[in-house]
Every structure is written in C-alpha cells, then in structure tokens.
Design a protein around this ligand. Sequence first.
Ligand SMILES: NC(=O)c1ccc[n+]([C@@H]2O[C@H](COP(=O)([O-])OP(=O)(O)OC[C@H]3O[C@@H](n4cnc5c(N)ncnc54)[C@H](O)[C@@H]3O)[C@@H](O)[C@H]2O)c1
Ligand SMILES: O=C[C@H](O)CS(=O)(=O)O
Length: 482
Amino acid sequence: MDKMLIGSIINGEERKEESRNSMEVVSPYNEETVAELKLATKKDLDDAVNSSFDIYHSTMKVMPANERADILRKAADLLEERVEDFATIICKEAGKPIKYSRGEVKRSIQVLRFSSELAKNIFGEVIPMDAAVGGENRMGLVKRIPLGVVGAITPFNFPLNLSLHKIAPALAAGNTIVFKPAEKTPVSAYMFVKLLEEAGLPKGVINLLIGTGEEIGAPLVKQDKVHKISFTGSLNVGKKIRETAGFKKVTLELGSNSPNILFEDADLGYAVKELVKGAFAFSGQVCISAQRIYVQRNIYDKFLEDYINQTNALKIGDPLNEETDIGPMINEESAERAKLWIDDAVEKGAKVEAGGDRKGTILSPTIMTNVDENMKIIAQEVFAPIVSVIPFDTEDEVIHYSNNSIYGLQAGVFTKDIDRALRVADKLEMGGVWINEISTYRQDNHPYGGVKQSGIGKEGVKYAIEDMTEMKFIGIKLNNQD
Ligand SMILES: NC(=O)c1ccc[n+]([C@@H]2O[C@H](COP(=O)([O-])OP(=O)(O)OC[C@H]3O[C@@H](n4cnc5c(N)ncnc54)[C@H](O)[C@@H]3O)[C@@H](O)[C@H]2O)c1
Ligand SMILES: O=C[C@H](O)CS(=O)(=O)O
C-alpha cells in the first residue's frame, strides 16, 4: 500500500516539509506503515489558534445558520459516498474489524445530519419580566451564541465518530475549531478535515494539528484564545486537562468499567448474544464496553456455559476480513498490560474461563470468574477484551456492587419486570442506563457522558451544541407602554 504523508492543516495549507520531525502510523495487525506524520511545532500551534480566533471573528460569527447547515449536510453526503474509503482507513490505522469500522462511518454520517438539522434550531427564549416586582414594561431575551474557539482533543478508538461528536456540533453552533486527533490514529480525521473543505467550509474554520499529547495537546489546553476544551480520552489525561485549562469551559468524556446486570427473568439467549458483542467488539477498547456482568445466582451457570461457548466461537484474525470479530489491540504495549492484569487477578484467585492468551497485539477474548473488587480487572478500566462474570443474590447487593466504582458512564439492566428495571435504573450512579440493552450501545442523539470520574459535561449532538454555546441575556425597557 502507498504510504500517505500527512501534516497539520492551518488556514487551508498543509505543513509537511521534509525537515520536520516524523512519526509513523502502523497497522496494529501486521505492522504495515499506513502513514508518515509530519509533526506540528509550537509555532504551528500558535498559528492554528490565531487563525481559528481571527476566522471566528471575521467569518464564523457572522455565518448564517442555513449556510452552516448546508456545509454539514454536504459533508454528510460526501462521507456517504466514501464509506468504504473511510472504513478501510479506520480498519488499517486502528485495527478495528471492517464490519465495525463501517458501522463507525455510518454513525458519523448521522452525527453530521443531526448537526445540520440542529444548526437551524438553536433557540433562545423570552423571559416574562413582569413576574418580578418592578419588571413591568421590561422584556428579557436570552440568545444562544457561539463560544469562539473550541479545542477538540480525541482518542484512538473511534477516530472518526468521536472527532465528529466535537467538530459537527461546534460548527453547527458557529464556533471555529483547533483539532488534535490521537497520534495513533489521525488518518481518518485528516481525511475528514480535507472533506470539510470540499463541503464548502472556509479555510481556517477548522485547523488540524498533528502531534502528540505532550507536545501539542497539553499546550493547546493552556492557550488563552481557546474558549473551550472538549476532550475524550483517559482519566489520567482528563485530570491534567481539568487542572490546566484555567477559565475555559471543559467537557471531559473519560473511561469506565461498565456493569451489566441480568436478573433471573431476563431473556437469556438474547442477553448472552448481545453481551458477547458488548464485551468484545473492537477488543473491548470501547469506553462503555461490558466489563462486569452480574448474573442472578439461579441463572448463573446456564449463562456462563452459553457465554463461554459463544465467546469461543468468535473469529480472530485480520481486521480487513469480513468474517473477523476480533482483531488486534491498538499496540503490543496495551495487549501486554492487559495480559498482566489477567495474570495479576489469577494470582489473587481468579479463574480464566475462556481466552487469556496473548500473541503480539492480539489478546484472545477472555472471560474471568471468582473475581473480587480489589483486582484491577474489576476496579479499573480494562479497555481490553476481558470481562468478568459475577453471581449475585439480591437487587440491593447488585446495586451496591455496580456503584462501587470511581466510574459511572453507562450500564445495562436485563429484566422483564419494568418496575424493577426503572427502580434499578434510578439507583445506579451512571450517566446513562439501558434497559434490556447492553451498556455498550450508544446512539448519537441522546445525552451521553459520565458521572463521578467518568467525566464532566454531555455530548450527543443537541447536548454538545448546548455546551458549545453561551447564554447571552439582553434586557429591554419599553418606554412606549401606558
Ligand atoms: N467517555 C467517552 O466518550 C470515551 C470515548 C472513547 C474513549 N474514551 C476513553 O479514552 C481512553 C482511550 O483512548 P486513548 O488511549 O486515545 O486516550 P488518551 O487519554 O491517551 O489520549 C486521548 C487524546 O489525548 C491526547 N493527550 C495525551 N496527553 C495529553 C495531555 N497531557 N494534554 C492534552 N492532550 C493529551 C492524546 O494525544 C490523544 O489525542 C480510554 O480511557 C477510554 O475510556 C472515553
Ligand atoms: O469508546 C467510547 C465511545 O463513546 C463509544 S461510542 O463511539 O460512543 O459508541
């Protein structure tokens, strides 16, 4: 395959001179070089921020909503024509099986369409002033205005869709963007920035910086002309961003160790099938992956037997193969770290029921039992194809186990008893709870974001737009009243 050469794009110009420092994007499956990156410098960062700041004032702040909507719609149409190109590149750069890569591109198209529609529906309100003493003959308007420059920093695991969850609402709301994708998987993001220009986005509305978190991400967070940082990634980096962002608005979409709860009346066949996907899709490198499965004791043995059988039937191999369910993890270091966590749990008394082997970047889908809350595979985010199956007796007990975590992003609850389902959903300390659906399911238009150390703020197009606008109050005293 011809290697792509990629640089930062600032004010429409790509910066990829030979003299720059470089990095390679390598397929985690076969080490084939996917792209050579020419890295951004401190000057590029300053230029990108200044460009986004100036273009906000000259262009984006005054661009009518219908024009913003047209650009987003055109981008969706172009992306729809190129699903295979984008899916193939995600598959190569991230090692994500092609069927899941295609799914990511299709969701990205929806994110653009939702954003296009909502760009024309950003409403303020009129406040009745006569409700307060002395308010007569006055009127209050609340307008929603863009923030200015949004700094978007994104992770490797959904390199296109999670970038679009920031870029598309930011544009819908009338902001400009400085965008730093993950250095492990920046190729689909780069292709998308180019596509936006084809869709009619003026130069400099989005400036792309290709670089590492330390060299470009961290200083971007400190830039005074950036008004908001929208970050998706790990808890450790999220904490640093929170500490260094100063007065900027910050959205943090971080990790989790999502619980899924099966009560005795759950549809077992359905739950087994869905939870195999829920734990192992993209090798568990999904922030809402099913990491802990709590099963009521009288259906535990049956669940475990079926779950092991279906997990062992998953096809492991080349992510470009249509049949592949499990490809590589993002790199060998991640697979090795995950394997060490399995070994650590086994030393503490856990049992491996399926998988547990590592070959290079591929960790076989692993089911653990006999686990406890002090093991890393329970207490921390595994972000790997490792799931623990744990028996429980009572509703109170399983709510306690589920909530006993620093995280709280999404959970799944399986039962036919709607009263119980809603009662449990209310008691779970989570940003979102699905009933009769796996924790791993997300649609792109519902509010999405965690409580506790899973994050701050919400995405999901409408909610991201809210977070990417400011309320501005304008009061009027009317003098022509009787
Ligand atoms: N809640 C969500 O919506 C969500 C979605 C996807 C992934 N995640 C989380 O992301 C993590 C996996 O992704 P990752 O490994 O790419 O995460 P990561 O935190 O290592 O990197 C994410 C981004 O932050 C940048 N970065 C690194 N250090 C930085 C710093 N000091 N300042 C600013 N930016 C910096 C990286 O270059 C990258 O672009 C997991 O923890 C997962 O749960 C959360
Ligand atoms: O990795 C976590 C993501 O939020 C999953 S999804 O892209 O939103 O489905």
